[in-house]
Design a protein around this ligand. Structure first.
Ligand SMILES: *Cc1c(COP(=O)(O)O)cnc(C)c1O
Length: 433
């Protein structure tokens, strides 16, 4: 791994406070409900509730209370158009056209829907490229897409290998793109190591071979800038409960490139109908020529409501500012680990790319006692998450975390090792870690 680029950071606590004082996003923290006496560094698993999101939930609850079914057309905005409405707002975050994004379903459902739409095996061209570091749910969905067609995942699911269990080489993915391949589906940011793939290069290489390509952007939307128009990818999915702070199980998003609006949605349902024909109740499915055509069921209004407030704030700040602070926080964290905790007896190391353009929003801190150290952190009110076997995953979130919190994490890791605080803790895993 290449040397640390210590862009003038310092290790002291006073310096962390100075960074906070000069932080242009400082005021946004107050617009969140931050749990008391807790340092929350798990925004890459479940973002916190903002006051804006709280307000938009309450408004929708009140609309239900006062309007009943009339809310579908009379709520503001009307529930009937909420999915498209949130989609066009979120499109601004990813640099897509307003009708190319819709809020619908959940990530895994949307993977099933879009993979089955874009996967068109034909003769010997029937492989799907993914990677062996992928999030399990994505792989389960790809395997079931193959099995539904009577194909064998052991043969037709082509998993790009990783040399070190952390990173992927884009050039190796490209080498797999041959005439056997019918579809490519990859994460934008790897959920463990936080590596951000070079999406532009992958899309260009895929398209030069006539292979459609889609991305799972769960770990990038809201923290990494995207320019889908320029990228010209075929499709994408992402959830709204990580960096979009939409709440547990909140409605996800999907993107379909305009040039594919005529494709027939693989998993059809009545909410994908052309809007003004939906209530004709015709038995002929005529899908809307927009991302909205890939909706299946009645939108989950209550699970979509918080996203409105949340997106409004993110757009107010702007993705460029969010990304700038995120990169600064993650490189500061990396710097502190390198400077203070990389030697004996601490032995922490960084399993995340150091180059800004290859890094998403979180940092994987590696240690062989990662699980028990994560538990010790939680006992101290610091919330990271643990990914087996040796990763403590932390995401300093630009909208609500501070540099001082990052500094306190480092101080706690130091004390946990010095006091051997983790030694007494159980090696048993919790159901959710
Ligand atoms: C968070 C995440 C998911 C979650 O899927 P759900 O269907 O929302 O439970 C899927 N894939 C990736 C890569 C994720 O990061």
């Amino acid at each position: 791994m290449c040397a640390v680029k210590s862009i003038g950071f310092e290790t002291g606590e006073k310096y962390a406070r100075e960074l906070d004082l000069s932080d242009p996003l400082r005021k946004y923290r107050e617009r969140f409900h931050t749990p008391r006496s807790m340092i929350y560094l798990d925004g890459n698993s479940l973002g916190l509730l903002s006051k804006d999101a709280h307000a938009s939930i309450l408004r929708v609850v009140n609309e239900w209370k006062t309007l009943g079914i009339r809310g579908w057309l009379e709520a503001q905005p009307p529930w009937f158009y909420l999915a498209e409405n949130l989609g066009s707002t979120c499109a601004k975050l990813v640099g897509a056209k307003p009708d190319e994004v819709v809020a619908t379903g959940t990530t895994t459902i949307n993977i099933h829907s879009l993979v089955n739409t874009f996967y068109r095996p034909c003769g010997s061209r029937r492989g799907i490229i993914a990677d062996e570091l992928d999030f399990p749910s994505d792989i389960y969905a790809l395997k079931s897409a193959l099995e539904l067609r009577g194909l064998d995942p052991d043969i037709d699911l082509i998993l790009t290998p990783s040399k070190d269990g952390r990173f992927l080489e884009e050039s190796e993915i490209v080498e797999l793109m041959d005439e056997r391949v019918a579809l490519i589906f990859l994460p934008s940011v790897l959920y463990r190591s936080g590596q951000l793939l070079n999406m532009q290069y992958l899309v260009e290489e895929a398209h030069s071979r006539g292979i459609p390509i889609g991305f799972d952007c769960c770990h990038s939307v809201g923290i990494v800038e995207h320019h889908f128009d320029k990228l010209d990818l075929d499709f994408a999915v992402w959830c709204s409960y990580k960096y979009l702070n939409g709440g547990p199980g909140s409605t996800a998003f999907l993107y379909v490139n305009r040039k594919h609006f005529d494709q027939k949605p693989a998993i059809a349902g009545w909410f994908g109908c052309v809007k003004d024909k939906q209530f004709d109740m015709s038995l002929e499915f005529q899908h809307s020529k927009s991302a909205g055509g890939w909706q299946i069921s009645s939108p989950a209004i209550l699970s979509s409501a918080p996203i409105e407030g949340s997106l409004k704030m993110i757009l107010e700040v702007g993705m460029e500012e969010i990304r700038r602070k995120s990169l600064k926080m993650t490189s500061y964290l990396t710097f502190l680990i390198d400077e203070l905790l990389s030697q004996y007896p601490y032995n922490f190391s960084i399993g995340t790319p150091r180059e800004d353009h290859r890094r998403g929003g979180h940092v994987a801190i590696e240690h062989k006692e990662a699980m028990r150290i994560s538990a010790a952190l939680r006992t101290r009110g610091i919330i990271p998450d643990h990914r087996r076997p040796n990763i403590i995953r932390v995401a300093p979130v630009p909208l609500y975390n501070t540099y001082s919190e990052v500094r306190q994490l480092i101080q706690s890791l130091k004390e946990i090792i010095e006091g051997e605080e983790y030694r007494g803790l159980s090696r048993n895993r919790k159901m959710i870690s």
